[in-house]
Design a protein around this ligand. Structure first.
Ligand code: MF3
Ligand code: CO
Ligand code: CO
Length: 274
């Protein structure tokens, strides 16, 4: 099936969905601290999503029984919120919010630092964000999808981290997941050519150790095979003639694209500036 191209009216709706997801992620992220259960995060996401007129896209998706994925430390993605799991000092926690609003989905995630986090883990989070932003920076009409993965994996490899290959980004629109599959380890000059009006996510999962992952018996939770910590950042973007629009982005994150070391905006600053 071909990759759908969205027109101006559809892009307005993608933007609204993206902004709602972004605002929920920001509101929930600001409440994270040691002691909070991941089930509490789920409750906050449900409530905040509803307040913005949306519905959590992930709830009931292929039987997923929560509104949000919460992925701590060695959990790469698709962590299921639970009453028993509590955030602790030194944790990395990714919160992945997807909102359905007026028929369109917006999907975004960020990895947050809880309390005092080791320098090694903080660096991992920084690499994951810079890798995503490097992928976003090469998007424009005429670029190839493989250019995105190549840019991402170069940033991670240069920092001595690995990029998960088993999962990728995805097209998004009236469905949460559709074509194209967005590999975060592509080869430059390969893959579909990007066209203005395409919408997809860029969401690299970056590991401190090896790239291999496995899925737990619950059928959802993806963890690093070697137990090393993993970090992830996700945006939903729409391709334009000279770049892209980050529909889940904000005033703080855009300058990070141009910053030489990408260090202009930490996860806590990302929240603090609003
Ligand atoms: N938001 C996730 C993504 O980035 C979707 C996870 S599917 C779920 O693609 F069912 F686990 F929620
Ligand atoms: Co996604
Ligand atoms: Co997501």
């Amino acid at each position: 099936m071909a990759i759908e191209l969205f027109g101006p009216r559809e892009i307005v709706r993608l933007r609204r969905a993206g902004e709602a997801a972004r605002d929920t992620l920001r509101a929930v992220g600001a409440r994270l601290r040691a002691g909070v259960s991941t089930a509490q995060i789920d409750a906050w996401v449900r409530e905040d999503t509803r307040l913005r007129g949306g519905v959590p896209s992930q709830l009931g998706y292929h039987g997923f029984l929560a509104a949000v994925c919460v992925s701590r430390n060695d959990v790469v993605c698709h962590g299921i919120p639970s009453e028993a799991e509590r955030l602790a000092d030194g944790d990395l926690v990714n919160v992945d919010v997807t909102t359905l609003l007026d028929g369109f989905h917006g999907d975004t995630s960020a990895t947050f630092l809880i309390g005092e986090v080791s320098a090694e883990r903080r660096a991992l989070v920084d690499v994951a964000r810079r890798a995503r932003d490097a992928g976003i920076a090469v998007v424009r009409e005429g670029a190839r999808l493989g250019d995105v993965g190549a840019a991402i994996s170069e940033v991670a490899r240069a920092a001595g981290c690995s990029v998960v290959r088993a999962l990728g980004g995805h097209g998004i629109g009236r469905r949460m997941h559709c074509e194209p599959h967005v590999s975060h380890v592509g080869t430059r000059g390969t893959g579909p050519r990007l066209r203005a009006g395409m919408a997809f996510t860029i969401e690299p999962m970056v590991n401190l150790g090896r790239a291999d992952v496995r899925t737990l018996d619950d059928g959802w939770t993806v963890v690093t095979a070697d137990g090393s910590p993993s970090a992830q950042f996700e945006h939903t973007i729409v391709v334009t003639r000279d770049g892209c629009e980050i529909v889940t982005g904000d005033v703080c994150e855009k300058p990070a694209l141009a910053a030489p070391h990408g260090g202009s905006c930490s996860a806590s600053e990302y929240l603090g500036k609003r």
